[in-house]
Design a protein around this ligand. Structure first.
Ligand code: KG4
Ligand code: ZN
Length: 350
């Protein structure tokens, strides 16, 4: 039996400071996430400078705890991995600098991973044998992207949002509805008691066959619904009943889910995909998970064994930003010999 490969992963691309140790890409030895949500709450969104400063304060204790919980010493670690893109550069640079420092001090290889690709690896965690090709949907606060996945390291972008990301739309609509930050979980909770058919919000599909997304129209539709078409009316939300707010939340959520599912199905049919992978913060949404599950049961590849496709979703704790996904993807790069050097710099886009 070969020795297991332990990778220390670091994630600081947005407002979560995270470190984790994962063995062989799948066995989680520790995962520590320090959320900064309460620091950004009063601004209704992530403030880059505040995020950067908080990463500086939290990263050392988070790293120490990840190593301690894993029960490992530096000599047991085979490589140090870090998300180097995409994200807020002032935030990414804290993780990248720490990873470079540890790699140098511990004399271990450094591995750079794309944060969005890492989100999809959260969905592969529970799967021993991935059936390919897969269509992969990453829905987060900053991104909405569809990929073709022909191997764990081979992701080809098929489409992405041309304006707001899905999570961003959830966050903005929560602000319009005066629901607490972060918006996604608040909308989901409010929507539980609402009627998803109460209001027919627009479902923007863009031109026929397009695999790109647009969510700014639906956000504006909710805004007009609450403030009047000319935006001159006063904010009606404070005088609305809990039921009315629940109906808006449920109708908004249903519209976003419809678009995400329709585009994923289009891509999956085009590629004859056997598997659909779902990752990113919005993947925590039960309504989206259920709708994709239904779509996968009802449609499948035209050839091969079985007619339905398999949906693989990131376990809930690993939907939002974490370092397990970084260490997990890094394992495949480790095996492929894809290492970074100490000139690594963070990138806003990726
Ligand atoms: O992946 P993530 O932690 O950070 C980014 O990389 O952006 O995603 C955060 C996003 C936020 O917009 C948050 O509102 C959304 O994921 N989110 C949800 C849910 N939980 C988190 N959206 C819808 N339903 C949820 N249950
Ligand atoms: Zn993310």
């Amino acid at each position: 039996m070969g020795e297991e490969v332990n990778i220390l992963g670091i994630e600081t691309s947005c407002d979560e400071t995270a470190a984790a140790v994962v063995a062989d890409g799948r066995f989680i030895k520790s995962s520590v996430v320090a959320s900064q949500a309460e620091l950004h709450e009063k601004y209704g969104g992530v403030v880059p400078e505040i995020a950067s400063r908080a990463h500086i304060e939290k990263l050392y204790p988070v790293l120490s705890e990840a190593m301690e919980r894993a029960g490992l010493e530096k000599n047991d670690i085979d490589a140090v991995a870090v998300a180097d893109r995409p994200g807020l550069v002032v935030a990414l640079i804290i993780g990248v600098t720490a990873a470079k420092t540890l790699a140098m001090a511990w004399k271990k290889p450094l591995i750079a991973v794309n944060h969005l690709h890492a989100h999809l690896h959260s969905a592969m965690l529970t799967e021993e044998k991935l059936e390919l090709p897969a269509v992969s949907l990453v829905v987060s606060g900053g991104h909405t992207s569809l990929y073709e996945c022909s191997s764990p390291l081979d992701l080809k972008l098929l489409g992405s949002t041309i304006d707001d990301a899905a999570g961003e739309a959830f966050d903005k609509v929560a602000t319009i509805l005066h629901l607490p930050y972060p918006g996604g979980p608040s909308i989901e909770k409010a929507a539980e008691k609402g009627n998803p058919k109460a209001i027919d919000f627009p479902r923007s599909m863009l031109e026929a066959g397009s695999l790109d997304f647009s969510f700014s129209g639906i956000k504006t539709a909710v805004l007009y619904y609450c403030h009047g078409q000319d935006m001159k009316g006063e904010d009606k939300v404070p005088s609305m009943s809990e039921q009315e707010i629940a109906d808006i939340a449920a109708s908004f959520q249903a519209a976003v889910v419809d678009v995400l599912v329709a585009k994923t199905k289009l891509a999956a049919d085009k590629l004859n995909a056997r598997t659909v992978l779902l990752g990113g913060g919005v993947a925590a949404n039960s309504s989206l998970r259920k709708a994709l599950e239904r779509m996968c049961e009802q449609s499948g590849p035209s050839t091969g064994s079985g007619r339905s496709r398999k949906l693989l979703v990131a376990p809930k704790p690993y939907c939002t930003d974490n370092a397990v996904m970084v260490a997990s993807l890094a394992y495949y790069k480790f095996k492929a010999g894809q290492f970074a050097d100490l000139t690594l710099e963070p990138q806003a886009r990726g």
